[in-house]
Design a protein around this ligand. Sequence first.
Ligand code: NAD
Length: 523
Amino acid sequence: MSTIARIQSKLESSERRYIENICPINGEVIGKIPISTPEEVEAAVAKARRAQSSWRSLSVKQRADYILKVRDAFVERREWVLDTIRKDTGKTRSDAFLADVFTVVDSTTYFCKRAPKILSSTQIPLHFFKTKKSYLVYEPLGVVGVITPWNFPTAFLSDVVLALLAGNTVILKPSEVTPLIGEMTAELFASAKLPDGVFQVVHGDGSTGAALVKSNVDKIVFTGSVRTGKLIYQELGRKDRFTPVALELGGKDPMIVLEDADIERAADAAVWGAMVNSGQMCSSVERVYVMQPVAKQFIDLVVEKTKSLRQGTQDGPNVDVGAIIFPRQMEIIDGHVKDALSKGARVLAGGERNSDLLPGNYYRPTVLSEVDHSMKIMTEETFGPVLPIMIVKNEEEAIKLANDSVYGLTAMVWSKNLDRAKKIADRLEAGTVAINDCSAGGFGFCEAPWSGVKESGFGIVHSEEGLKSFCRAKHIIVDRGLMKREFYWFPNSEKSYNLLSTIFNVLFARGGKKLGSMFGKKE
Ligand code: NAD
């Protein structure tokens, strides 16, 4: 080994930081992954930029053909993918299959098929300038940085897919909490042999994410906590050029159960919505407001169903509730429960860590009653298998309490009277409202936009709009050149002024409606 190589290797071993990841199921160390330095992030962005011009010059269909190979790799290597997700997150196999594998394979298939049409140029018929034609073309933004959380580490690859389909190159910064899944993602993409530099993964913690935000990427799509979302927004404001951003942040999603709801279905939904993915879901049912006349029936059913849930470390389909990602999250959940109990809440099920399953991070599925908004469990994101239920007098009180939150990701309302439910849905401050359903399923509807209001963030993922958000919509105006000059061009004159005035009067002054139709105006 040469002297320079020796020095480099010494530097490498002394300065390189690593992520050690620990399996939430049993506390064992299962991997050690090197953290990318800010210089490596810069180099990845430069490489992505070099790769972008040839990637964008492919047709959308050609790009889709590459991405479908990634989808095929997910399908063919499904068992390995599920094993990796399970090890890295402690999810049940069913949770990993439904939310991580099914959703990403479905949305990839959906958009690869439809993107060529969605991104084709769109005519814009002009209502007035009939001698001109106008249309939109969708150009890629350039290099997109995608920063993802640990709770659905592959579901958010849909952002990567949309960005790539639109002709951007992408740098993914997966969560440091699930680095094996980051490695797995890199391997799945590598098997599809995308051109070099089109998709890259940079590993690391907040410092790597911050380096990506500071770099000269052309868009950041961030999914994670409100705290980090705010830091990213501030950092982007400090840059010397505008960088578009989508922030998909936390939630404290309310469920309103009215006295005319199907109580059995509502109870099933509440338990599933609160406990699926061990409650570690931005759109979990985090709090319930149930009307007095049906409260006892609803609560009894919820408690019975919660107590029958199977929690365990074993693999396979016959487990309902998996592990919590790491000890810090266990402390947050337990802290919220203890805070509620100290202020008068009652535990109807669970209420503590599952010490039968030590040394893994398991919290017993929990139901609390006699809760109110002085408690963290009703106001802060708990992100655990805990369902607090509050009894309300009427729907006005339910709406007021549901909206009494800094968050606004999703909300749910339950009633057999759909007109009544729709009126309530209109008044709920949320990006998605589900009637007689769990709003979490909304993320699975890739045709529909997914977005929050208030501190749950902004920007759209999924849907046609989501795909187009990875593009610059360029407006092209074409004049057929039939007139020598436009009447409003220089030089200004009395004649041109009078003509403008006449057209204005014909179109908009009294009687203009009728005369307006002579100019092709329908109204
Ligand atoms: P987090 O904010 O701690 O981390 C998310 C990602 O940001 C990680 O990759 C992390 O390394 C990175 N990061 C941390 N500091 C950074 C910085 N200064 N600059 C750039 N990147 C940085 O969130 P988390 O704990 O991984 O995820 C849980 C949160 O995500 C919850 O609040 C949940 O509600 C939210 N979430 C929202 C949605 C949604 O669609 N709205 C979906 C899933 C999760």
